[in-house]
Structure formats: structure tokens, C-alpha cells
Design a protein around this ligand. Sequence first.
Ligand SMILES: Nc1ncnc2c1ncn2[C@@H]1O[C@H](COP(=O)(O)OP(=O)(O)O)[C@@H](O)[C@H]1O
Ligand SMILES: [Mg+2]
Length: 267
Amino acid sequence: MSYWIESEKLNKKFYSSDLFNFKKGQSLFKKECYHVINDVSFKLRSHCVTGFVGANGSGKTTLIKLILGFIKKTDGVLNYPLDQNQLLNFKTKIGFLPERPYYYDFLTPYELLKYFWNMQEPNLQEPNLQFNEIFYRVMKQVRLSEKYFHSKIKVFSKGMLQRVGMALALIHNPEYLILDEPMSGLDPEGRYLVKKIIQELKASGKSILFTSHLIEDVEELCEDILFIDNGKMIYSGPLETLKSSYHNESLMSVLNAISARHLGESQ
Ligand SMILES: Nc1ncnc2c1ncn2[C@@H]1O[C@H](COP(=O)(O)OP(=O)(O)O)[C@@H](O)[C@H]1O
Ligand SMILES: [Mg+2]
């Protein structure tokens, strides 16, 4: 069994300096510390779909930013075993859908994707394939209808924007995908479509990590689960193992039971 990401006792602390707490005789800055990722250890299995769940503010997006190298860890270990533990190597193989994407909305999907495609190192582009062929392949994958290929993105609905975001994540045919809240704000049809895309990506051998508050969707799609609470990893491993230790109840009931236990312990 191989793993695409491994972490051991990973920590991330943010510090803020508050000038208004200045008192005579004290240091000018009072530093506040926010321990957002707290001794987090986990492994992500290759070619699996891992669902990343946890309440708002529990640290999901921060952990994703650490994985992608957007922010630096405070301490601990974060490894990319399939890429000789080189972040740069890992980054060339990853597709990312941010939680709050921003698109140049005066561009059309064709122009936007071409712009990002051209930013790639030519040696990383698929040999023998022209941009147009890849564009059509990706549009088919995300089911964006041809009549919108040359419409400005600013007129797009939330569902269509999400498809553009997925297309951007897929344009370089990445081996790994990290999708931060891909179903959020979508209607049932949009959710169904994103689920279908994730299932197809898994079938083609990709390794996927996605966050979601829609626990039924996570249960339907995932083999593995990461469950984070207040910066601490509560569970990481196979969904079935977690459920079997809770009499095979629904994932929603299991997560509620774990949260209730933790709440009880912290009171
Ligand atoms: N740059 C930052 N400085 C201070 N706190 C931060 C910073 N970024 C995130 N946080 C805090 O970290 C916590 C986790 O945030 P986030 O990772 O966005 O959670 P989630 O994605 O699970 O909703 C929140 O309390 C948030 O306010
Ligand atoms: Mg988030």
C-alpha cells in the first residue's frame, strides 16, 4: 500500500500582535497565539478518495494550505512519499479547487483555461496533445456545455463557476486532487454532478482529498476519513473501520457520537 501524503505531529500556530494591549512597562506588542493545527498525524492512501470532515473553523483549510505549501508549518513532519518528499515535485502533480476561488471574470472558460495552461512548464504538458484537445476533454469531464465555452465567466451561475473551477484543477491531468468544499452552495443537481466527477476521477486512479459538510456525500464517496475537531485529528483511517466500531451506524450518527463524547470530556 502506498501513501501520497503523510504527517506526524504537525503543528501550525498563528501569532497576532495587538498594539492596543500596550501597558506601561510591558513589551509594545502583546502576542496572541492561535494553535490551529495541533499535533496532527495522518496518512492518505494512494488511489483512494479521502473525505475531510470537521466543524467550521476546525482547521481543514489551514491543513490543506500546509499540504500545498501555501503556508509554513510551525513544527512536525509533512511528507510526500511518492515524490521523494519534495514539495516542488508534488506540486506539479496536484490539482486544487480552493474553497473561495477567484476567477478573472472578464475572461471566457476557453481564455481562462488557456491562460493557466500556458503558465505550465512546457515539459510538464502532455506530449502530442494540443491545448484545444485538452480543453474539450476537460469540458466533457466537467459537463460544461459548448454554448458557454466563449461566454464571459461573469454571467455564470454558482454551479457553472464550480465546473470552471474543477476544469482548472483538471487541466494538467493531475495525479492528485485536493478539493476544498467542492459541493458547497450547489443545488442537488450540481452536487450530483460533482459527486459523479469525483467517482470518475477515482475510477481513473487518481488520489483525492476533499472537504465537505455534506456527510451523506462523504459517506457515499469515500473509502477513508479524516475527522478534525478544533485543530486535533480525532480519526484518520478507513470509513468502514470507524463505522464498525460504532455498530455500523450512519457516518452522521458516528460523528455526532464522537463529538458528544469529546464535548463531555472537555467539560
Ligand atoms: N492567518 C490566520 N491567523 C489567525 N488565525 C487563523 C488564520 N487562518 C486561519 N485561522 C484560524 O484557524 C482556524 C481554522 O480555520 P480554517 O482552517 O479556515 O477552518 P475550516 O476550513 O475547518 O473551516 C479558525 O479559527 C481561523 O480563524
Ligand atoms: Mg475551510
